[in-house]
Design a binder for this molecule. Structure first.
Ligand SMILES: [Fe+2]
Length: 243
């Protein structure tokens, strides 16, 4: 089983991912060993915290593309961002300061845990109203949303894509985060599992383990759907909502 990952921080010098090229290569090798064959790299877009990192991201991406093309014939990489929501962020998308995923209509967006449920609803609506499709990053980690299934269903019906971190599924973010992830997966409300990998240690990719857990719990079809079919279709801009 191979996987597609639409959320990870593997570009060096861009955010809180790898600090240098060697660590970037090491993380990519680990992702390859974890059977990931399509990777959309999503450095944080949060100018107030990480500064203007667009140039560093492109430099690291070009370097990585060269490394990958020499080492792996069957690994494809793409570029995007993970946008931290704030009130003016839709302008950053329109001005192309913040990237969509691989130049598609999909925007990976995350919220601070202090932000309210109302802000999550308002924020995702503002992305939709601007003509983009928000992918709500690590939905299970927002304590205020608290994996409320009705709210998550309503977000989905509105057109929001629901993403869960692979590490949450297997308990690496603690008992309660795992509980929330399980609840969302059991209700079949998760659309995508992504690594959100930052390194090869505490924030390592763990797609194989996560896939196996979901397969045992919910069956092979759903496990494949959320670890490959949907994220791959998103990267290709071919997701219809039914893949
Ligand atoms: Fe992230």
């Amino acid at each position: 089983m191979i996987f597609a990952d639409i959320h990870c921080h593997a570009l060096c010098g861009s955010d809180d991912g790898p600090e240098n090229r060697e660590d970037m290569y090491k993380l990519i090798n680990t992702m390859y060993d974890d059977n990931i064959r399509y990777i959309c790299l999503t450095p944080h877009f949060h100018p107030g915290y990480f500064g203007e990192n667009a140039n560093n991201s492109v430099t690291a991406f070009n370097d990585l593309r060269e490394y990958v093309s020499k080492k792996y014939s069957d690994l494809k990489i793409y570029l995007g961002n993970e946008l931290r929501y704030n009130q003016g962020c839709v302008n950053w998308i329109k001005e192309k300061r913040c990237r969509s995923l691989n130049n598609t209509e999909y925007i990976l967006i995350d919220f601070h845990d202090n932000q309210s449920v109302a802000e999550i609803i308002h924020g995702t609506n503002s992305i939709l109203n601007a003509g983009y499709v928000p992918i709500l990053a690590h939905v299970e980690r927002y304590t205020r949303l608290n994996a409320k299934l009705k709210l998550i269903s309503e977000l989905k019906e509105n057109g929001v894509i629901i993403q869960i971190d692979a590490q949450s599924v297997i308990g690496q973010f603690g008992f309660f985060t795992k509980l929330r992830a399980k609840k969302i997966i059991d209700a079949r409300l998760a659309d995508v599992i992504a690594t959100d990998a930052h390194d090869t240690d505490k924030r390592a990719p763990c797609m194989i383990k996560s896939y196996e857990y979901i397969k045992d719990r919910c069956g092979e079809k759903y496990a494949k759907r959320i670890t490959f079919d949907v994220p791959h279709a998103i990267i290709c801009n071919k997701y219809s909502g039914r893949n």
